[in-house]
Design a protein around this ligand. Sequence first.
Ligand code: SIN
Length: 552
Amino acid sequence: MNNSECLEFDHLVIGSGVAGLSAALHLANAGYQVAVLSKRTVDEGNTKYAQGGIACVTDIQDTFDEHVQDTLIAGARLCKEAVVRQIVEAGPAAIRELIEDGIHFTTRGELGMTEEPGEYHLGREGGHHKRRILHAGDITGAELEETLIRTCRQHANITFFEYHIAIDLIVSQRIGIPGDNHCFGAYVLDVRGNTVKTFRSNTTTLACGGAGKVYLYTCNPDVACGSGIAMGYRAGAKIVNMEFIQFHPTILYNPQMRSFLISEAVRGEGAVLKVRDTDGRYVEFMQKYHPMKSLAPRDVVARAIDNEMKRRGEECVYLDIRHVPEEKLKLRFPNIFEKCLESGINMSKDLIPVVPAAHFVCGGVETDVNGYTGIHGLYAVGECACTGLHGANRLASNSLLEGLVVSKFVAAHIQRALPSLKREPQALQVPVWSCGNATDSDEQVVIAHNWEEIRRFMWDYVGIFRTTKRLERAKARIKMIRKEIEKYYWDFYVTPDLLELRNIATVAELIIDSALSRKESRGLHYNADYPFLDPDLDGVDTVLQRSFRYYD
Ligand code: SIN
């Protein structure tokens, strides 16, 4: 693999989910040339698989205050209230723009309900006290992604680079330029051309999505390896609150099938969680855990399921929505109904077996509400970022809203900051990628083995239920594996598998270190050695930042 070409753009966006595409669109509309990188095809990522919808106050019975309150309660006193309010209040305008771009949200009429003209059907999910979730059937993410791709493709200022995997950000402190840290773009592996390209840009936006692949069981697609968080960390950005990993309570349990999510919206339409008791009867259990029962916030539901499964030695629990007629279920959840049928389950007649799995990272690269990371020219948005909206536990369907709204703020901030960023003379000193003395790898098995090992011990030791001993075990293992991977990284040419492994290892260590340092239980982080919430830690983030002197 040879060192290769250098490409220049006004703006580089790494990732092409809702956050990346809508940031690209806003920047392109402002007249800038934008490059958008996708690890695989442009549509592949968490956005496409989002089922529930977009939480937004559109109903006259609902208020911004109530949406803010639900978000704060779910976030377990770790959300930044001002950020929550800004994002919630900017929601309706972002939704109007999407509708102008052509997205179709399901109306009440389409579900056979009485309808005022243009009245949307609003779904409900865990932690929401009101119906406020706009949705496109049960494939909202796919509709959203398609709408944004169509709009972006029509834009002459946006250039897509599919099968391009960002390796690392180019930042001044890493290339030895003294002074404040600046980002000048990224080194990127062109997978099909098998070359490394240098992308130079005035600003770079990380929109790389989530990190579910750090865990053995996840509903995330293969690309969700935490690359934005890992690259942000290596570039010197602050990484916050990584201990808060959201496990979705209801993934269809079928060991023969790829993980498939049963949307919380199914519980919003009346499905109830049940467990098999010793007499073989299926009984409700959520009343023991929370007054909102099956619609309690996700951290509570996932922990309750985990507890019931372990206590009873069961492999799964069940969702019961048999009281809703088949025709109604097919209308409201056509995709879920179909997928269940493929698994031999008719939702209107059978119980649906479900288990929790890793779903969403609430922490990430620390940013303000404008997506600014504190490193000149570097922004982060969407799941890889942490604005303070989610706190210790994300409220369902707030993430697509955040991606849409904050990407707009990113573009506005960039426009304001650009004159000073453009004049940076250091930008001229960016070195092109060099592969040094690297050679072709002689032992690919190292990658496969470490990949498997990390994901397994993260599931066993750093999952829904944690103890200090388990976390320390995980720490000992990840330290060893990370050393091995770093050596491998410098000795051999980069490949997609090696890059993904390096990223999941970095993110795993960030999760473990954050979990070890939080000496309490709050939201999604439960440590049996510190089972209670410590009020002194209200609003206190866990912050990790690399030191340039000691890291790789
Ligand atoms: C779901 O549909 O249950 C997932 C929605 C979300 O995670 O926000």
